[in-house]
Ligand binder design. Structure first.
Ligand SMILES: [Zn+2]
Length: 459
């Protein structure tokens, strides 16, 4: 029997009745330290989660990797022909230091007022627990879930998820799903959700120029030898035009156009330059026009000098000709761009302009994009709107970078990000917190998403 509206209403009622238990369960998981960077408690937390999933009736497996293991859990729906949703989350947390700035003990989660305080309560334990609690409630009330459910909980997201691509390649079949759903970060406000459908990638490398074995006297040798600092400035200045757009051959060639659904989302976004200027601490933005602003923030790549080091920058004077200059560069990649291709284009440019300049090895996190008008994505959007009773803010892409490409590009599944945290959750900082109402509304949201996705096959 297919699940009905009455079924999901029953679940919502049940959820409202057992919020104490939901809170208890989160406190239990958040009491277990699991700091990947310091190698504290990660294995213990892993074991705890395996036990929790097993209790719900899920099949679990530890996904070993070259670094830290991920936790996998799976539950098959008794409904026939229903989609599979893969929830991604991470059970590791940021280090709690500096401890003296906490008002409570980081690993003794404590309710003060309308919030739960503790390391990891929002980033990300509380958010994936919202999914777990929704699944658990379906099982307790109906003995079934509307769709097939899978979880992958990363054990080293806070250390940059070094093995996530490896895990995706090696457990490809296990992880197969129709959609990946992640809740991390914060909502638009405590009551208005924000959905995003992708993010820019990031390509980083250094450029080094060496003109002599040592710094030289700017008088005794001034005028007769090269200066590494000037050479770097000249090289960098050939890489962008007046507006800061890259002048590297082929840089923009592979970019795919903004889709109609993405365009519509941009037009619906709010844009208040005065507030943004205040937030960024700047006098003016480069673009006053809303569409241009968001186009440059989401759909156009950047070429950023993160830092330049050369010669002497201290007090007083030091009359030298610097022998070495280094520039650190990052490029935010957009839809259609691949890290290696752009790196090679930059390398060709640099070799042509200044053959003495040396590009370092690069590191890359590819961009990730999901078309917002896909039927399965539209279903989730609908479910989120119903659950919160308000239209979500839709961000076609995030300007920053996340490893979501692992799901869209390696595992070929649409990916949607629906954060459940309050905007002042203080993640990564002392006094991290999760507003209880946000935790509970997140559980409702997941319950609704599971139900709506279950109607997809029936249509
Ligand atoms: Zn984090």
């Amino acid at each position: 029997m297919a699940m009905t509206k009455d079924n999901v209403e029953m679940i919502h009622g049940y959820l409202d009745a057992i919020t104490d238990i939901h809170l208890e369960e989160l406190i239990k998981i958040a009491s277990q330290p699991s700091v990947s960077a310091q190698n504290i408690g990660v294995e213990e937390c892993c074991a705890m989660l395996m036990e929790m999933f097993t209790k719900i009736g899920m099949k679990t497996q530890i996904l070993e990797s070259p670094t830290k293991p991920a936790v996998f859990a799976e539950l098959k729906s008794k409904q026939e022909n229903v989609p599979t949703v893969l929830f991604y989350g991470h059970y590791d947390v940021q280090p709690a230091e500096p401890l003296e700035l906490w008002n409570t003990e980081p690993f003794k989660p404590t309710v003060i007022g309308d919030k739960l305080y503790g390391r990891g309560v929002a980033d990300n334990k509380g958010q994936f627990m919202a999914h777990v609690m929704a699944v658990q409630s379906y099982m307790e009330v109906l003995g079934d879930v509307p769709v097939n459910v899978k979880f992958i909980l990363d054990g080293e997201e806070e250390s940059g998820s070094p093995s996530l691509p490896w895990i995706a390649e090696h457990y490809r079949d296990l992880l197969q799903a129709d959609i990946m759903y992640v809740s991390d970060g914060s909502m638009y406000s405590d009551i208005i959700p924000q959905i995003s459908y992708g993010n820019r990638g990031i390509l980083s490398f250094d450029i080094d120029i060496t003109t002599a074995e040592t710094d030289n006297h700017s008088g005794n040798k001034g005028g007769v030898i090269e200066n590494a600092a000037w050479q770097m400035v000249k090289l960098l200045s050939t890489m962008v035009d007046e507006d800061g757009h890259a002048t590297i051959e082929g840089f923009y060639d592979t970019i795919t156009p903004i889709s109609p659904a993405q365009q519509k989302m941009i037009e619906e976004l709010e844009f208040d330059p005065a507030t943004l200027c205040k937030l960024y601490g700047v006098k003016k933005l480069k673009y006053d026009d809303k569409v241009e602003f968001y186009r440059h923030l989401m759909f156009l790549p950047t070429l950023t000098i993160n830092g330049i080091t050369s010669g002497y920058g201290g007090d007083g004077s030091k009359t030298i000709i610097p022998c070495h200059a280094k520039a650190k560069i990052d490029i935010r990649l957009v839809q259609g761009q691949k890290g290696l291709d752009i790196y090679e284009k930059v390398k060709r440019h640099v070799e042509k302009v200044d053959p003495t300049a040396v590009l370092s090895e690069y590191s890359v996190m590819e961009m990730s994009v999901t078309e917002p008008s896909l039927p399965i994505i539209m279903k989730v959007r609908e479910a989120v709107e119903k659950a919160y009773g308000v239209k979500p803010v839709n961000m076609p892409l995030m300007g920053g970078s996340l490893p979501n490409y692992v799901f869209t590009d390696i595992l070929n599944m649409p990916t949607i990000s629906v954060p459940y945290g309050n905007p002042d959750e203080n993640n990564h900082a002392p006094n991290e917190n999760f507003k209880l109402s946000c935790y509970f509304s997140g559980i409702h949201a997941t319950a609704q998403v599971l139900y709506e996705l279950g109607t997809l096959a029936a249509e």
